[in-house]
Design a binder for this molecule. Structure first.
Ligand SMILES: Nc1ncnc2c1ncn2[C@@H]1O[C@H](COP(=O)(O)OP(=O)(O)O)[C@@H](O)[C@H]1O
Ligand SMILES: CC(C)(COP(=O)(O)O)[C@@H](O)C(=O)NCCC(=O)O
Length: 381
């Protein structure tokens, strides 16, 4: 896909440019819910460089790469680590770290304790938080932010990661058959045009026609943040992981009003099967029915409602743009096979197999990767 190859920049000029760019290299995507941090660990350090490397830099490298948890809130997704990548002529590994954006204050204090401010004067950042927290970075760390647009970064990072990981893109085969359902690798080497649906706190839908050629065609405020917010309200759960765990044990069909609850069976004339949701949460106006549903059922119904709504908007966008390939990304899909399979099924079913739902392993990290890669681009502000 596209034109960003990992080994493209190994020329002497790029390597010396890289040398001149002070390490450590980070890309940060500060979203409405999660802050995603990608750290490039150089693995080609020469003995001369090692001798010159300042102790603070070495300590930060060790701290980040030897741990997978940072305080109460920070996690490294070790299963996503990418080795042997080349950035600006340097060979190394990408490490993927996330923490709640609400913990930004603690993150800044930690970075200060680790001596970040003594190493670099600026950090690459994208996402709304790059604007919102700019002042805090300056005040606490004396760092300025190289800001990059989040959708440019998302696409740039996606192209790079997809090019460098042969098993990045996949689809779900037989998404509704528990016994037969499987993840299947998808060859994304001829990607254009495709629809990109980023399900973060909210949802952005882009039509992508070529490398860096895209438009944002739609969006909805009913996204991953809505799922988590409603789930916390309805079930008393306290984390995304708990919400997904509850949903995996629940059944939405007593919460939702189905076509058969209204018709007594299928609505044949318009091909609406009886087990189709006619009205999400439509049974919850009844006190009796409310007493019968569990927290698990409510979590499942919330997940199904939000996911189907995204699937439905996506289908209309694909139809309008006459695009058949749809790539879903964003952390809403993290540890969330239920939503992925629902999207796969919904697109397949409602489009009569014309649309293909695709997914990517690095789900929510493309913005942060794209932002790190753009360090020398003129697109920053
Ligand atoms: N550990 C987590 N904590 C909170 N939300 C999570 C977590 N893992 C996945 N999510 C889901 O991912 C969404 C955020 O996705 P993300 O792509 O990071 O968006 P943003 O950039 O808006 O933060 C949340 O609204 C939630 O649905
Ligand atoms: C404002 C945003 C681009 C921010 O991105 P996020 O942090 O949600 O990933 C996104 O939440 C969004 O597109 N919301 C939907 C707005 C709308 O079109 O209704």
């Amino acid at each position: 896909m596209g034109a960003i190859k990992s080994d493209e920049c190994q020329c002497a000029a790029c390597r010396s440019l890289a040398m001149a760019t002070t390490m450590p290299w980070f890309g940060m995507d500060i979203g409405g819910t999660l802050c995603k941090l990608v750290y490039f660990e150089p693995k080609d350090i020469t003995p001369d460089e090692a001798e010159l490397e300042v102790e603070t830099l070495r300590n930060i490298r060790r701290y980040l790469t030897k741990n997978s948890a940072y305080g109460k809130d920070g996690h490294r997704d070790t299963h996503l680590q990418m080795d042997d990548v080349v950035v600006r002529g340097r060979r190394g590994s990408f490490h993927f770290i996330r923490f709640p954006t609400s913990a930004m204050g603690k993150f800044l204090e930690l970075a200060k304790d680790k001596g970040m401010a003594t190493l670099v004067s600026s950090v690459c950042a994208t996402g709304g938080g790059a604007y919102k927290f700019e002042k805090n970075f300056r005040e606490v760390l004396n760092l300025s932010l190289h800001k990059f647009d989040e959708l440019d970064s998302l696409l740039y990072g996606l192209q790079y990661v997809e090019m460098n990981n042969p098993t990045e893109c996949y689809y779900w085969k037989h998404p509704t058959r528990e016994d037969k359902c499987e993840k299947v690798n998808f060859d994304f080497s001829q990607p254009y045009p495709f629809l990109l649906v980023n399900i973060g706190s909210g949802v952005s839908i882009l039509a992508v026609y070529g490398p860096g050629v895209y438009k944002r065609i739609s969006g909805t405020s009913l996204g991953g943040g809505t799922f988590l917010g409603l789930c916390c309200l309805l079930t008393g759960c306290n984390s995304f992981e708990e919400a997904i765990e509850l949903a995996s044990k629940g059944d939405n069909t007593s919460v939702d009003k189905l076509v058969r609850d209204i018709y007594g069976g299928d609505y044949d004339r318009f091909d609406l099967p009886g087990d189709l949701v006619a009205s999400s949460f439509g049974n919850m106006n009844s006190k009796d029915k409310r007493q019968l549903v569990s927290r698990e059922d409510l979590a499942r119904a919330t997940l199904v409602t939000i996911t189907n709504n995204i699937g439905s908007i996506t289908r209309m966008c694909a139809l309008n743009e006459k695009i058949e390939k749809v790539v879903f990304v964003g952390n809403f899909l993290r540890v969330n096979p239920i939503a992925m399979k629902l999207l796969a099924y919904a697109l397949d079913y409602w489009s009569k197999k014309a649309l293909k739902a695709l997914f990517l392993e690095h789900e929510g990290y493309f913005g942060a990767v794209g932002c790190l890669l753009q360090l020398h681009c003129s697109g920053s502000s």
